[in-house]
Write a protein of this length. Structure first.
Length: 350
């Protein structure tokens, strides 16, 4: 199998650390996203953290992001010593633009919108809000590999963007891996040093803090085999989303909003219903596994309680936490299975 051959090749060469496949994947992923540079790191979390560090975000700064994200987005802001300023989302889970603008303070250094579930956030207005605020825009593109706005890909709009190759993402490695994309040569050079203990030339560690966040060559080799299939896999997800839409039409539930202007890559297919928990149980009894993204919003997580956000701080995010249900979604999902899931949902809700 092609994947095992790629791995065997690296084992034969012992090219494990920052090997040829890392540089090759960086080139290929940058070209895929339509950006100048891509820098491989060891996870999506590291990609977010290093993107912020490279952009000069640190202690005394505030970074605005949405409360309805995966907690790793907030974690990266804390990791660089900055303060996360959370805002609510709209009914479809996209960042609330008015709240993003209203959250700006003299300490705002960056904005970190999230392309949640594979649907690109409204980038043009966000870029304008960030520019007016004198802040940089970093995209959390960890769920949106290949998604487009017009002809441009997610990951090409901000000063930098972070991708995760966690195995369950649209493009997944055989373990943890991540990537930062940017059009700035300066940011790219900093990222290359930052991921490799701050090293610029051997034993000269110019940038800090010194940490090892390198992408394994083995993971890069796996990702190089898979990258040419990404558009096909995303197209299969879009086809499955269309089937769900057709089969679930007219039911008392909210379907995921379509892409704003371009493509949605359906990392997840998330419906909303007030009868979420009962529906989830009914599907489970029929052997259908579903997910909840995310049952506890970031601002109500125990590890973030020190930020001081009380319950009801973000009503839309909190409503989505109780009403969202992620239906089965992967490129190989049989269409007949979608019809079966839809039938069960129809039976339960009507
Ligand atoms: C997966 C994910 C991350 C973190 O990526 P890891 O590779 O798991 O560290 C960050 N943000 C979002 C929105 C994600 O979905």
């Amino acid at each position: 199998m092609e994947l095992l051959a790629a791995i065997g090749d690296i084992v034969d060469k012992c090219d494990f650390i920052l090997g040829e496949d890392v540089a090759a994947l960086e080139r290929e992923f940058a070209d895929y996203c339509g950006v100048q540079h891509a820098v491989g790191v060891d996870s999506g979390s590291s990609a977010l953290e290093l993107a912020l560090l490279a952009a000069g975000v640190g202690a005394g700064h505030e970074v605005i992001t949405q409360a309805n994200t995966f907690i790793a987005t907030v974690g990266a802001i804390l990791a660089v010593g900055a303060r996360p300023v959370l805002v609510d989302c709209d009914d479809d889970g996209a960042p609330d633009l008015d709240q993003f603008a209203a959250a700006v303070s003299p300490r705002t250094k960056a904005m970190l919108p999230v392309h949640l579930f594979g649907r690109v956030a409204p980038l043009q207005p966000l870029v304008e809000i960030a520019t007016r605020a004198g802040a940089v825009l970093v995209e959390d593109a960890c769920q949106a590999h290949g998604a487009q706005v017009g002809p441009r890909r997610a990951g090409s709009f901000g000063l930098a963007a972070a991708f995760s190759f966690y195995p369950g993402k649209n493009l997944g490695a055989f373990g943890d891996a991540g990537m930062v994309t940017t059009n700035s040569s300066e940011i790219a050079a900093r990222l290359r040093a930052l991921r490799n203990i701050g090293q610029t030339t051997k034993y000269v560690h110019e940038l800090g803090p010194p940490m090892n966040r390198r992408l394994d060559t083995l993971q890069a080799a796996v990702l190089r085999v898979k990258l040419p299939h990404l558009d096909g896999w995303n197209a299969a997800r879009v086809e499955r989303a269309a089937r769900y839409r057709e089969q679930l039409a007219g039911l008392p539930l909210r379907l995921p909003a379509p892409a704003l202007d371009g493509s949605h890559v359906y990392h997840l297919f998330v419906i909303q219903t007030e009868r979420r928990d009962g529906l989830r149980n009914a599907l489970a009894s029929a052997g259908i596994a579903t997910g909840i993204h995310y049952p506890i919003p970031t601002h109500l997580q125990p590890s973030l309680s020190f930020l001081g956000y009380a319950p009801r701080s973000f009503p839309v995010t909190e409503r989505l936490a109780t009403q969202s249900l992620s239906l089965p979604m992967y490129p190989e999902l049989p269409l007949a299975q979608i019809d079966r899931v839809a039938k069960l949902i129809r039976e339960y809700l009507s």
